[in-house]
Write a protein that binds this ligand. Structure first.
Ligand SMILES: Nc1nc2c(c(=O)[nH]1)N[C@H]1C(S)=C(S)[C@@H](COP(=O)(O)O)O[C@H]1N2
Ligand SMILES: [Mo]
Length: 439
C-alpha cells in the first residue's frame, strides 16, 4: 500500500482524480469494504487521515459517516473538482454538485459553474480519438461514427442550451423526497457545439416500427458490476427527431468538461436533464417504450393528478415527465445582501425558461406577492436558451425585504407560490425569492 498516499498528496481532495481516474482504487484506499458486499464501510487509514487533515481535526464519530458522504466542512469549501469553481458539492459518490444562484448570473454559464449530476462513475477513458458512437436498433443502416465523422458528415451548429435536472428544487419539499437534495442550482445554460441528432438519425434511416430511443454512455454502475448501467433513458421518436436535439463535442468553445460528459454528449433540451446522455456512445431505436434504468417505476414520473403531500402513489398510474415547467432564478443581487446606507434602488436580474415553451413575461414583487411589477424580458438568443430578465425596484424605506420573481410561459402558466408536492420531488418550479436589507 506504499502508493496509497499518492492519491492524497495534494493539499486539496481532487474528486476528479480520485474517483474518475481510478474509482476502484480510490475507494479501496479511503473506505473499508464490508466483506462479501459491494457496500463501503468505514473511512480508514490514509482516507481517514486525509479527511482529518482537511477538516483540521480528528473526526471522533467517523465510524458513523455514511458512505457517499463527505464532511460538510469540505463539501462547502475545500472540495475541488478540476475545472469547476464555487459549486456546492452534495455528494462525492456519485459526484453531484450544484451552483449557488448568484454564480449563475452570466447569460452563458461558464463551464466552471455548470452543475454536475452523475448517477454512476464516469469512464476512465474520455479520449476523443477513437471514441465511437453507435446508432443501431430499428434503422435501415446501423452507423458507427467517430467524432471526426460527425464533424465531417453533418452540419455543425452552436446553440445555447438550458439544462435542468428534473430534481432541481427537491430540497424544498416537505415531507422530504428521497434523492439528491438540490436547492436551486441544478440548472445552467452553456453554449454547446455539435450536430443535430435528427440529421444523424436520418442518415441511419429510421424504420417505421421505431417508437422510442434508448441512450447509452460509458459511465459505470456504482456497484462496479459491469452488467449494470447507471442510467439509460429514452424519448418518443417524435421528440428524438426534433431539430433542436444535438450530439455535442464542445462546451463553451472547448472540449466538454470530463464531468459534463466528455468527449461526446446528447442534448434533448426542454425535458429533464436525464435524457441528455453524457459520455454518449450508443443510441438504439426500439419498438417499445424504453425500459432502461431510471425509465421504470416512479423514476421521472409524476402522479396523474396533484396529490396531498405525503400521499402514497401507485407508480403504475404515474406519467412520464416530458417538458419541464416554467421557472425563473434571481441571480443578482445575492440573497442576504445589505444595501449601502440610504441606498433604496436595487436592480434585480436573472433568467427564466419554460421547457418546450417560451417565457412570455416575468414579474417581480417586493411585498410578498401583494403587488407585481413586470420586468424587462429578453428574447432567447436561440430556442431552448434561457431568457434574461431585469427590473429596478425602489424600496420605500429601510427594513427587510424579499424580492420574488414569477415567470409565465406562452401558454399562460405561471410559477406557483407553493410546491406541487410529488413522491420523488420532481419539477419544483415554485417562485424564487431573495432577501435584501436596506438601512
Ligand atoms: N451517462 C450519463 N448521462 C447522464 C447522467 C448520468 O449519470 N450518466 N445524468 C443525467 C442527469 S440526471 C442530468 S440532470 C444531466 C446533468 O448534466 P451535467 O452533469 O452536465 O450538468 O446529465 C444526464 N446525463
Ligand atoms: Mo437529473
Amino acid at each position: 500500500m506504499s502508493d496509497d498516499h499518492s492519491l492524497f498528496s495534494e493539499k486539496k481532495v481532487d474528486l476528479f482524480e480520485i474517483y474518475a481516474e481510478d474509482p476502484e482504487r480510490a475507494d479501496e484506499v479511503v473506505f473499508e469494504r464490508i466483506p462479501h458486499t459491494d457496500r463501503r464501510g468505514f473511512l480508514k487509514g490514509a482516507g481517514l487521515a486525509t479527511m482529518g487533515a482537511l477538516v483540521g481535526a480528528t473526526i471522533p464519530f467517523h465510524r458513523n459517516m455514511p458512505a457517499g458522504f463527505i464532511p460538510e466542512a469540505i463539501a462547502s469549501t475545500a472540495m475541488e473538482i478540476k475545472g469547476k469553481q464555487g459549486l456546492t458539492v452534495l455528494n462525492d459518490r456519485p459526484v453531484n454538485a450544484e451552483t449557488p444562484a448568484h454564480l449563475l448570473d452570466d447569460d452563458v454559464t461558464p463551464t466552471a459553474r455548470h452543475f454536475i449530476r452523475n448517477n454512476g462513475i464516469p469512464p476512465v477513458d474520455m479520449n476523443p480519438d477513437g471514441w465511437m458512437l453507435t446508432i443501431d436498433g430499428l434503422v435501415d443502416k446501423p452507423l458507427k461514427l467517430s467524432i471526426a465523422d460527425l464533424k465531417n458528415k453533418f452540419e455543425v451548429v452552436t446553440r445555447k442550451i438550458c439544462l435542468e435536472c428534473g430534481g432541481n428544487g427537491r430540497a424544498f419539499f416537505n415531507p422530504k423526497a428521497k434523492g439528491n437534495q438540490w436547492s436551486l442550482g441544478a440548472v445552467a445554460c452553456a453554449e454547446w457545439t455539435g450536430v443535430r441528432l435528427a440529421d444523424v438519425l436520418k442518415a441511419a434511416g429510421v424504420k417505421s416500427s421505431a417508437v422510442y430511443t434508448a441512450h447509452y454512455g460509458a459511465d459505470t454502475h456504482l456497484s462496479g458490476d459491469p452488467a449494470k448501467l447507471p442510467i439509460s433513458r429514452g424519448v418518443p421518436i417524435k421528440k428524438a427527431l426534433d431539430a433542436n436535439n444535438l450530439i455535442t463535442f464542445a462546451m463553451n468553445g472547448e472540449p466538454i468538461h470530463p464531468m459534463n460528459g466528455a468527449p461526446l454528449r446528447l442534448h434533448v433540451p426542454g425535458w429533464p436533464g436525464s435524457f441528455s446522455h453524457k459520455w454518449f456512445n450508443r443510441l438504439q431505436l426500439r419498438d417499445v417504450v424504453h425500459d432502461g434504468p431510471k425509465m421504470t417505476g416512479a423514476a421521472y414520473r409524476m402522479p396523474p393528478h396533484p396529490v396531498a403531500p405525503g400521499t402514497k402513489v401507485d407508480s403504475k398510474t404515474m406519467v412520464f415527465i416530458e417538458s419541464m415547467p416554467v421557472k425563473s432564478l434571481i441571480t443578482s443581487p445575492q440573497t442576504g445582501v445589505n444595501l449601502a446606507k440610504g441606498e433604496r434602488s436595487v436592480t434585480v436580474r436573472g433568467h427564466a425558461w419554460a421547457g418546450d415553451n417560451t417565457v412570455s413575461r416575468v414579474d417581480v414583487s417586493i411585498d410578498f406577492g401583494a403587488t407585481w411589477m413586470q420586468a424587462k424580458l429578453d428574447k432567447a438568443p436561440n430556442p431552448y436558451a434561457w431568457q434574461r430578465f431585469s427590473h429596478t425596484v425602489r424600496l420605500p424605506q429601510e427594513g427587510y425585504y424579499e424580492i420574488w420573481a414569477r415567470a409565465t410561459d406562452d401558454a399562460g402558466r405561471a410559477q406557483p407560490f407553493a410546491l406541487a408536492w410529488n413522491p420523488k420531488g420532481y419539477l419544483n418550479n415554485a417562485m424564487h425569492r431573495i432577501s435584501v436589507v436596506a438601512s
